[in-house]
Design a protein around this ligand. Structure first.
Ligand code: ZN
Ligand code: ZN
Length: 277
């Protein structure tokens, strides 16, 4: 499976030239196996997938981790939504009191969006996920609820014996600087167990994290420790803070790597890059 990173920025998109190496588009990852594709999250990164030239399929599967704006903002500008011949399956979490359709409709309707969701011409089917297993073509997908404000899932995707785990917004522990010793108490542990590639939130340095405990994002230390504990073979840190320029990111990551020694590959997710699993 190929993993293409279309959006690696967290919180909100940025177009600053100082951020262009890691990219300014928000969360979106595409998984490709031959002619089959699935899309993880619909941040502004998904907009680039909206052209006929890029994506000739007539059926699209978009799996949302949660409904914070940086994960759905591109949905209304995903061109394939407006072709009545297209089938678009949107997966994501509901709440105990509101359906996924109703939650998405809050954004995809006036005054926040010019066109009411019900008038979008594409043939859209909404599918709710909880702690769910599903099969889409050759992709076997597991979703589990994880620690982040509001209902949020992470995804484990298996294809041809390889595992990609996608947890872009996450604190492995709730309200604490210290990781629990017991793996059963680590949020997302089963999703990431022995993954070939783990795309995980690492928005902050640990100094920044100390004043943001409980905000729903991880420090680089927590991301790496989580990857170590789960046995992930390769960690790509993502959900880059929009205030972190390329220079700051490279400096902070360099300092982190100088002070830590892990026996698996660690890198920073770069918009536009592709990883073959
Ligand atoms: Zn986010
Ligand atoms: Zn979020």
């Amino acid at each position: 499976m190929k993993v293409r990173l279309h959006g690696t920025r967290g919180s909100y998109p940025t177009s600053n030239r100082e951020n262009e190496y890691f990219g300014g588009a928000t969360s979106c990852v595409e998984l490709i196996n031959g002619t089959e594709r699935i899309i993880l999250d619909a941040g502004t990164g998904i907009i680039a997938l909206g052209s006929e030239e890029y994506y000739k399929n007539k059926e699209f599967n978009i799996l949302l981790t949660h409904l914070h704006m940086d994960h759905i903002q591109g949905l209304g500008f995903f061109g394939h939504l407006f072709n009545p011949n297209n089938k678009i399956n949107i997966y994501g979490p509901s709440t105990t009191y509101e359906s996924l359709y109703s939650r998405l409709n809050r954004y995809l309707s006036p005054p926040l969006f010019p066109i009411p969701f019900r008038d979008v011409p594409g043939n859209i089917e909404i599918k709710e996920v909880l702690n769910t297993e599903l099969i889409i073509g050759s992709f076997k997908i597991t979703s589990n609820f994880i620690v982040h404000p509001g209902p949020t899932v992470g995804y484990r995707v298996e294809n041809q014996g390889k595992v990609l785990t996608y947890i872009p917004d996450h604190e492995p522990i709730m309200g604490s600087m210290e990781m629990f010793d017991d793996d059963d108490w680590l949020s997302g542990f089963d999703l990431a167990k022995d993954a070939d590639l783990l795309l995980h939130d690492a928005q902050y340095t640990s100094k920044e994290y100390s004043s943001k405990v409980g905000w729903g994002h991880s420090s680089m230390e927590h991301a790496a420790e989580f990857a170590h504990r789960t046995g992930a073979k390769h960690l790509l840190m993502t959900h880059h803070d929009p205030l972190h320029t390329d220079e700051i990111k490279k400096r902070d990551f360099g300092e982190f790597m100088d002070n830590h020694d892990y026996d698996f590959e660690i890198g920073l997710a770069v918009q536009g890059s592709e990883i073959q699993l």
